[in-house]
Design a protein around this ligand. Structure first.
Ligand code: SF4
Length: 275
């Protein structure tokens, strides 16, 4: 056992390593943590680096991977990279679900049968309410895409992000996701976190290192405490949850995370808490 695998076993550090593949997106959601949109800086993470770090993550004792953005499927190599990553460790990829048509949908065949889930955002059973946060026709595109992915043998999860959702609306949403082929255990409801665009819009709950669990997160700008770390507010990357500028070898960032999570030495380049 290593310090990292011990910390994962004890729950001090999450078992998943996250990759921020990119920051651009075809949408501009009102609560977007990363201030994403079509014209933002892309901050791409090199796919070969993701693969190299995934092997290192497995070696260190991490048990799963996550890929997020921006919208990861804006990046053309994504289905192939995801297939490679999922052959290293089980994987979840977060997506807005609006790009799965034509050749992009066909390339999702590469993921058939692999240990991969696509977590798609759907915030309300009411198209107007959903689209007011996520953009015109978002609801229609998402409900069309999900059964197509399910038909390809790809596991789909649904994530609902809301400041508040009533019981009746939640019931209708659950009925809808079941009809789309997504069971209850694959539906998550989560609060808006007040970072990025949500912060500037006065939305959501504030969250800091004391109430965000440690899940090592790698971006083009360094390693962060959590996927809620490398957010972008008013065009500037937030650095309060940065733990290391060094991401390769992964052990440097992983040991810094362990130090912070367990109260032992955090390592010389840890900057958590310093903006
Ligand atoms: S919340 Fe997701 S889908 Fe919406 S703009 Fe941000 S990255 Fe894109």
């Amino acid at each position: 056992m290593t310090a990292v695998s011990d910390a994962i076993a004890s729950g001090a550090v999450g078992e998943r390593v996250w990759f921020y593949a990119n920051y651009h997106c075809n949408l501009t959601c009102s609560y977007c943590l990363t201030g994403s949109g079509p014209a933002v800086a892309r901050r791409l993470l090199d796919p070969a680096l993701m693969v190299e770090l995934a092997f290192q993550a497995r070696e260190l004792g991490f048990r799963s991977l996550g890929v997020t953005g921006g919208e990861p499927f804006m990046v053309s190599h994504m289905p192939d990279t995801l297939a490679t990553l999922a052959n290293i460790l089980p994987l979840v990829v977060l997506s807005n679900g609006t790009l799965f048509s034509g050749p992009r949908l066909e390339r999702m065949e590469h993921l058939r049968g692999l240990p991969i889930s696509i977590q798609i955002s759907l915030d309300s059973p009411d198209p107007d309410e959903n689209d007011s946060m996520r953009g015109p026709e978002n609801f229609a595109k998402v409900v069309k895409a999900i059964p197509k992915l399910v038909d390809k043998g790809i596991k789909v999860r649904i994530a609902t992000t809301q400041e508040e959702i009533g019981e009746e609306a939640l019931e209708r949403l659950c009925k809808l996701h079941r009809e789309l082929g997504v069971p209850d255990e694959d539906h998550v409801v989560r609060p808006v976190i007040s970072r990025g665009r949500a912060l500037t819009a006065g939305m959501g709950l504030s969250a800091g290192v004391e109430n965000i669990p440690c899940e090592l997160t790698i971006s083009a700008d360094g390693a962060f405490w959590s996927p809620f770390g490398p957010t972008v507010t008013n065009g500037d990357l937030d650095l309060d949850l940065l733990i290391s500028r060094t991401v390769n070898p992964l052990s440097i960032a992983a040991n810094a995370a362990v130090g912070l999570a367990t109260g032992t030495s955090a390592g010389a380049d840890a900057t958590l808490g310093i903006r």
